[in-house]
Design a protein around this ligand. Structure first.
Ligand code: HAM
Length: 423
């Protein structure tokens, strides 16, 4: 039997890949406008990076990592997300010393999680993400959120909902943590074994449990917003004021905790509320992670970012019926008949391509009609016909495929004539 693609992965074929290129170009362009610079980190890292960064009690680290020992016996892991790697690189390359601060970075690349594949959930998926390190200004929280919203809106998405919460600073989190332990402890036997393990280690994770999400104690769990100290509350309020000023609508959801351990203060998700979208509606997730750089061995540095997968973005575009306006036409197709014409056509192709035109010819010795069909399929703007008659006269018949108009142009001056007509 032929070997098949691994579960949870996909081939992105020509015809589909243009959509990816379009989205990636839009994201890059937006990052330029917002002044986020690209960073490329390795696809695999030391396993410890994610254990420490993403957190030992998270589903990602406990159940979803692709970890393996290399031939030198080191445990490596295919990156499940980008933030830990960016923070490692920031620290390792001492970017905290860069003259330009805050350090604003973006990335776009494959991530790997051993999850149960379903619509919108892959084992290899591509995340576009940004991270802003070195500023604790609520304005940068609003900037990061506005960048994500702007990307979606540029691509035409309308049915979006921004959900936001604050997880507070360390003191607020400790107070909330104790309240959660007191809340869940008496009935923890009714929860799954993961939640039982999480009770003392990281009770916030219980709120993120997929198995026990309908347990009645979930709904009545103490809300973090009641435990925010005055600085945390003030910070959150400032973020919300900035969002209002930028005209970005939001919904505060005190149950939003996110699935990674490094967050504090702002946490947010952007969901699709388009009708017909599948069960997984989160398109983008992010938040602030003020302690992470220090945990990775760097100086105390605040940070915030988000990541979104292109797969879910594409799904949202499909549900909203949006077609991306990418170009898939070519400038010129050369219909060549006979051996001499084939040789001449190769030279003309080279001239066209050197001048920046997209051009193609037949390579299957097809008849004139079939070559015209191929030109049509490629949506060629012009067809240059090169048969025996044309060669004898030293010309080519150039046909404008939109108007049907045809002109004779001299082969000697082909490229200049083509450029003139094309203008
Ligand atoms: P995350 O919520 O784990 O956060 O993932 C962010 C986004 O990645 C999700 O909202 C979704 O679009 C996409 N995603 C996650 N898992 C899958 C999957 N299995 N298949 C398809 N798409 C998926 C993070 O990864 C954080 N690093 C975000 C962040 C950056 N926080 C601060 N900076």
């Amino acid at each position: 039997m032929a070997i098949q693609i691994p579960r949870g992965t996909q081939d992105i074929l020509p015809g589909e890949v243009e959509k990816w290129q379009f989205i990636e170009a839009a994201a890059r362009d937006l990052c330029k406008k917002y002044q986020y610079k690209e960073i490329r980190t390795p696809i695999f890292e030391h396993t410890e990076l994610f254990q420490k960064g993403v957190g030992d009690t998270t589903d990602i680290v406990q159940k979803e990592m692709y970890s393996f020992d290399d031939r030198g016996g080191r445990s490596l892991t295919l990156r499940p997300e980008g933030t830990a790697s960016v923070v490692r690189s920031y620290t390792e390359n001492k970017m905290f010393g860069n003259p330009s601060q805050p350090v604003k970075l973006f990335y776009n690349g494959p991530m790997f999680r051993y999850e149960r594949p379903q619509a919108g959930r892959f084992r290899q998926f591509v995340q576009f993400g940004v991270e802003a390190l070195g500023s604790q200004d609520p304005a940068i929280d609003a900037e990061v959120i506005s960048l994500a919203m702007e990307l979606y809106s540029r691509l035409g998405l309308k049915h979006l909902k921004l959900v936001i919460n604050s997880l507070g600073d360390k003191d607020s989190r400790i107070a909330h943590r104790n309240a959660l332990i007191n809340h869940f402890k008496p009935s923890i036997g009714e929860f799954c074994s993961d939640c039982q393990n999480r009770l003392e280690k990281n009770p916030l994770r219980i709120l993120d449990c997929k198995k026990d999400r309908d347990h009645e104690l979930m709904k009545s769990a103490p809300s973090i917003l009641d435990y925010l100290n005055s600085e945390s509350k003030e910070y959150f309020d400032q973020v919300l004021v900035y969002l209002q000023e930028l005209g970005i609508e939001y919904e505060v959801d005190p149950t939003l905790v996110r699935g990674l351990d490094y967050y504090n203060h702002t946490a947010f998700e952007i969901m699709s509320n388009a009708e017909g979208f599948g069960a997984i509606t989160t398109l983008c997730g992010g938040g602030r992670y003020n302690g992470l750089v220090q945990e990775m061995g760097g100086p105390e540095t605040p940070g915030i970012g988000f990541a979104l997968s292109i797969e879910r973005l594409l799904a949202a575009l499909t549900v909203e019926g949006i077609t991306l306006p990418f170009e898939d036409e070519i400038d010129c197709y050369i219909v060549a008949l006979g051996n001499e014409a084939k040789h001449k056509a190769m030279i003309m192709l080279q001239q066209l391509r050197k001048e920046g035109f997209s051009a193609e010819k037949d390579y299957l010795d097809r008849k004139m009609k079939a070559q015209f069909k191929a030109a049509d399929r490629m949506k060629s703007k012009y067809v240059a016909i090169l048969g025996e008659d044309e060669l004898e006269k030293g010309i080519t018949n150039l046909k404008n495929m939109e108007t049907g108009e045809q002109v004779e142009i001299s082969l000697v001056d082909f490229i200049n004539e083509f450029k003139r007509i094309c203008k």
